[in-house]
Design a protein around this ligand. Structure first.
Ligand code: PLP
Length: 432
């Protein structure tokens, strides 16, 4: 029997026990203790291959830059590199780890709103593919550093395109009210000011990022149109040729592979967590439209050579990782006269391990790792080990972002091992 949460060739079961890449998950928990993160190198490779295929389908020169903020563990970075991806970093620490994991400078792009002179200096000295400037002030800072080093810096410009998406507010990054990027007018001005032969800055591209877990195609199609418009405008108003455009990341992951597990979750939440986006389809449509417009506007040549960068984080690593936790305590709480009782289970993984379960009320599906063949139909209240009333697997404010109960086999007791699925992104990265 194949269950909806299984992923062929990677996440499955044998004799009623969950396996990852054919390895018994609970046996790993026995060997290493819990809470334990387990990752599949195979799944990382297949996710990157899927993205590469999306570029091929669209007939575009695609440069995939894995967003290492999602998970910058060195083993993960090595697996990502081996699978053929380049990398996006967001701090000097991530730059160090990327180079240390074997990425060449030409594979690295550097984002961030608050880069220090030291971080800029390290990026310029390494000679990375692009430092993505967040403001004109930052461009001037990069210029200063690069002149003092006597090394020309490759840069691209992050725009704020005012595109809304249907994700959580804190994950929206392309609105004027968000903290990221410069106005398109400022970008045009920058191309005018720092000419092709500028000794300090080689401005090569423009960049935007709509947000994370963007559930629909429309914002991406809109973003591609914005990128087109700005490339055309830069050409027309400054005569400059843009070498690459960067669509950012945010491609969603289906956290609700088995919707039956979601209990009483609000429908609006289900849309966000269950989203599947066919990037090949989106890029094919969007790129075709762009090429058509470019031909019509007489600048088709620019787009034949143009490189398209993407920065997927979650989409590469979320479903390649699970978090295994052990139930350590159990209790019953009456619900009020005649209303029965809740059974509570206490695990050894809390929001110290999965911070987004608290900050964003993020949903992770849970499977009893040694009892996968049993019906997951008994409701439990789940909580973690911390001395904090918010360290629970449901929403204490009653907003139903998370279901009140998790559905697991009957009679779960201390010692049972549970697997939280899709935990590879923004988990370990937020622990420190
Ligand atoms: N690029 C930029 C600039 C980001 O800020 C982020 C995440 O916040 C990403 C890429 C990766 O997003 P995701 O992991 O949703 O693909």
């Amino acid at each position: 029997m194949t269950r909806a949460w299984e992923i062929e060739g990677f996440l499955g079961s044998s004799d009623g026990r969950m396996t990852m890449d054919g390895v018994d998950v609970s046996a790993l928990a026995d060997d290493f203790g819990t809470p334990l993160f387990i990752f599949s190198e195979r799944r990382i490779a297949s996710n990157i291959e899927r993205l590469q295929n999306a570029g091929e389908k669209a007939g575009v020169r695609l440069k995939i830059c894995y967003a290492s903020k999602a998970n910058s563990n060195t083993g993960i970075l090595k697996a990502v590199r081996a699978a053929g991806s380049d990398i996006e970093v967001n701090s000097g620490g991530e730059l160090f780890k990327a180079l240390n994991a074997g990425f060449s400078p030409s594979q690295v792009i550097f984002n961030g709103t608050s880069k220090t002179e030291r971080e800029i200096s390290e990026a310029v000295t390494a000679g990375i593919y692009a430092i993505q400037a967040d403001s004109i002030f930052e461009l001037e800072r990069i210029e200063k550093v690069s002149l003092s080093l006597g090394i020309r810096a490759n840069v691209s410009l992050r725009l704020v395109p005012e595109i809304r998406s249907d994700t959580l507010h804190g994950l929206q990054t392309a609105l004027l009210t968000s903290k990221f990027g410069m106005m398109p007018d400022e970008a045009v001005e920058a191309f005018r000011r720092w000419r092709e032969d500028d000794p300090a800055l080689s401005i090569r591209g423009i960049h935007l990022h709509i947000g994370s877990q963007t559930p629909d195609a429309e914002p991406y199609l809109e973003a591609l149109q914005v990128l087109y418009k700005e490339v055309a405008r830069i050409r027309k108003e400054t005569g400059r040729r843009v070498a690459h455009v960067n669509l950012g990341g945010g491609f969603p992951v289906n956290y609700l592979r088995d919707p039956g597990f979601a209990g009483r979750m609000a429908d609006s939440q289900k849309k966000l967590f269950a989203s599947e986006l066919d990037l090949g389809e989106v890029l094919s449509r969007g790129w075709k439209e762009i090429l058509g417009r470019a031909e019509y506007d007489g600048i088709g040549g620019i787009f034949q050579d143009l490189e398209l960068l993407i920065e997927p984080g979650r989409n590469v690593i979320a479903d390649a990782g699970i978090c295994v936790t052990t139930v350590e305590n159990r209790k019953t709480r009456p619900l009020g006269a005649g209303q029965g009782a809740d059974t509570w289970l206490f695990t050894d993984a809390g929001f110290n391990i999965l911070l987004s379960m608290e900050t964003y009320k993020w949903y992770y599906q849970i499977v009893a790792a040694e009892r996968v063949n049993e019906p997951h139909a008994t409701p439990y209240r789940l909580a973690g080990p911390l001395c904090d009333g918010g360290d629970v697997y449901f929403d204490i404010e009653g907003k139903r972002r998370l279901p009140d109960h998790r559905l697991l086999p009957q009679g779960i007791v201390p010692g049972d091992v549970l697997a939280l699925l899709n935990c590879g992104a923004y988990s370990i990265a937020q622990m420190f």
